[in-house]
Design a protein around this ligand. Sequence first.
Ligand SMILES: [Zn+2]
Length: 439
Amino acid sequence: MRKLVFACIWTLVFSLAAAAQTRPAATNAPRVMVIRAGTLIDGASDAPHANQVIIIRGNRIEKVGGASTEIPAGATVIDLSNATVLPGLIDAHTHIFLQGEDPDEGGYDIQLLKYPLAYRTARAIVAARRALEQGFTTLRDLETEGAGYGDIGVKRAIDEGIIPGPRMFVVTRAISTTGGYSLDDYAPEITVPKGAQIADGPWELRKAAREQLDHGADWLKVYMTHRSWVDRDGNLVSQPTLTVDELRAVVDETHGWGKKVACHSYNGIGMQRALDGGCDSIEHGLELTDANIAQMVRQGTWYCPTLSVYYYWWSPANTPDGQRDRKRAAVHGPSFQKALKAGVKIVFGTDMGGMPWTDPIAQEFEKMIELGMPPMDAIRSATSRSSEMLDQKGEIGVVAPGAYADVIAVSGDPLKNISVLKDVKFVMKDGSVFKNELR
Ligand SMILES: [Zn+2]
């Protein structure tokens, strides 16, 4: 009897499997969409192209051609012929687990001391959605700031289609040394949480790197400077953290896993150690000497300046913190200009989360252009340049055959008025339309 039941079940299973196999192939064929672009800035070329047709099959771009390109039968046509079409943008420095650090709301510390992880995660999900709404289809999210491996979970939920959000490259906890990261200035008798994983000595640091890589970090983030202040001569001084040997342990381990290391570094001793230790990207780089810049060019180090955030939350001018805040912004612009002139590889990054997610991410473009970067290069810094840094060349940051179908559109010409990028009207990620206000 039992044998007969098994036989019946097996017959049923095999006949279902056979039915599935004989299903006509057409029903499984990927959806074809066509975008008619009035102007296309493809993320890589020096000049825009007029009246382009972009053919998208499934989640990839199949073809880009002129207006006479044949439209495949049955394709859904999206008319963006009055708009400028670009690749989905990439912000290479964000913190979805931070929400602006407004001192009036308790600044950074309240995030770690008073907010449950679930609450912070809920807000991180909103931040990720905000980025996508603004046309940023990829983020390199540079640390959860005390929220552990929360970024791995958010990334997974996005990848599985549970929540909307950009493609995420995440670093998890970040790394610094004792005395090298917030929370600071609490009574020594009480133990407060730290926003990064603290380790000392090459082996401890290597172990921290291994842990983070083991748990799924796409990049590692290291703090090479921490506190900063203005000295009696009016110079910006930054406290260094890891030694060169300590940093080399992290970089060696991470490179062994085929991944890269982003280094928060302002200036001075910490900056020199960051470059000598082999960091792949310098974050902020407030004050770069000519020698720093020459070394970055020689080593091919990426520069992610994050200009806008240093104009937020200034303390009163007559306080030490206020002097530091003004000095940081004052030295940053000239460093950017020198790096630009020397041909340092510059990527677009904002430090969103350090400023509120309700503010426009694209404000950073305005700062870059004010400092002399040509608008097309500013756009490329947030598209093909960033994709190169992320080892995603040809996959993202470009509207070209073979790339993922991450496509955005704006009204007007961003090469004449970069501010139109603050108002992205159309967003497609991975071949799915997330937003279209141009209908
Ligand atoms: Zn940051």
